[in-house]
Ligand binder design. Structure first.
Ligand code: COA
Length: 316
């Protein structure tokens, strides 16, 4: 027994920041950002917290699934930009949506949504849960170095969620890790009078070109891997939902995979990189706009800090 997706939800903070808005506060331009990344605008929080966004996305997903919070057996939550290191942000979502089940965070950078689905798969396989909420929320604007134009222009804020029930629709997954700090958000160094060295500032630090190469290579390998696992071909797949980090990464992967136009979903133009919330946001957009039908095969593919990457196949 594995799971099927019963419902999806998202929350995007209303404040839009365009590339032109950014060019007023840092040395950048709409032309550079569009040409190098494809991003035209992103949404950022003004008063919403990470948990606030997660709660709204969760409520939307529960409503979409027709599931009451009291029915949930487990809540998992991913974030790289949570409100707390402890308690787990999931615990606050549990209280605010009125659930009583166990809840915990899964930390794995941008790919965390897929690592979380793989954990969820284990709970269903052991028969420990019948209904589960998986939510990803990212307030990347809180962890960005706004003096670093190389990273400040590419991220955005948002949240996405799915409600899972028993089913056999999670067909396969591939997870990959190559331990590295090429993308990192160091923790605050603390105030110990005994500690002798100093960590980097607690903002996003990224080696852009190394990440770019890793991303394209892994997307292609992971997607080919999950297709091989299932015996499906690219023609059988209704949508590939790739991590949205750079339009050029998506286009390079599309070319190497020889994928048809439109197969790889793109919304980076409007959101930038919303880290682990990216795939559930994309999924909710496709679901609510009627672009997924029962029986459709979907591939999710992601990469990022870890360095790590993952892909999976889900039948709708
Ligand atoms: N506006 C204008 N110029 C910028 C800029 C910005 N926002 N950011 C960087 N530049 C400049 C650099 O200073 C550099 O100038 P120089 O040639 O005078 O030194 C030049 O543009 C090229 O910088 P570079 O870092 O080589 O650009 P790039 O083509 O590699 O693009 C990224 C940078 C970050 C967009 C790209 O490397 C990338 O997307 N990498 C993958 C990131 C990723 O996937 N991260 C998320 C993982 S979850």
């Amino acid at each position: 027994m594995s799971f099927k997706i019963l419902g999806t939800g998202r929350f995007i903070p209303p404040k839009v920041v365009t590339n032109d808005d950014l060019s007023k506060i840092m040395d950048t331009s709409d032309e550079w950002i569009v040409e190098r990344t494809g991003i035209r605008e992103r949404h950022v929080c003004t008063e919403e917290t990470t948990v606030d966004m997660a709660v709204e996305a969760a409520k939307n997903a529960l409503e979409n699934a027709g599931v009451d919070p009291s029915e949930l057996d487990m809540i998992l939550f991913t974030t790289s930009s949570g409100d707390y290191t402890t308690p787990a942000n999931a615990c606050l979502v549990q209280a605010r949506i009125g659930a009583t089940c166990p809840a915990m965070d899964v930390v794995s950078g941008c790919p965390a949504f897929l690592f979380m689905l793989d954990c969820a798969d284990g709970y269903f396989a052991r028969g420990r849960v019948k209904k589960m909420l998986c939510v990803s929320a990212e307030r990347m604007s809180r962890v960005l170095d706004w003096d670093d134009r190389g990273t400040a222009v590419i991220f955005g804020d948002g949240a996405g969620a799915v409600v899972l029930g028993e089913g056999d629709n999670y067909l396969t997954s591939r997870l990959f890790v190559k331990g590295s700090t090429a993308i990192q958000i160091p923790n605050y160094d603390g105030k110990s009078p005994f500690y002798t060295s100093h960590a980097e500032t607690p903002w996003v630090h990224m080696q852009g070109q190394e990440t770019f190469r890793f991303a394209v290579t892994r997307m292609v390998k992971d997607i080919r891997g999950v297709l091989e696992d299932t015996g499906l071909t690219m023609d059988d797949i209704r949508h590939i939902l790739p991590h949205q980090a750079n339009l050029r990464i998506i286009e390079a992967a599309k070319k190497r995979l020889k994928a048809r136009d439109g197969l790889l979903y793109v919304n980076i133009t409007r959101y930038g990189n919303t880290s682990s919330a990216t795939i559930p946001i994309s999924l909710d957009e496709l679901n609510r706009s009627g672009q997924i039908k029962e029986g459709d095969y979907l591939v999710f593919s992601t990469f990022g800090a870890g360095l790590s990457s993952a892909a999976c196949v889900v039948r709708w």
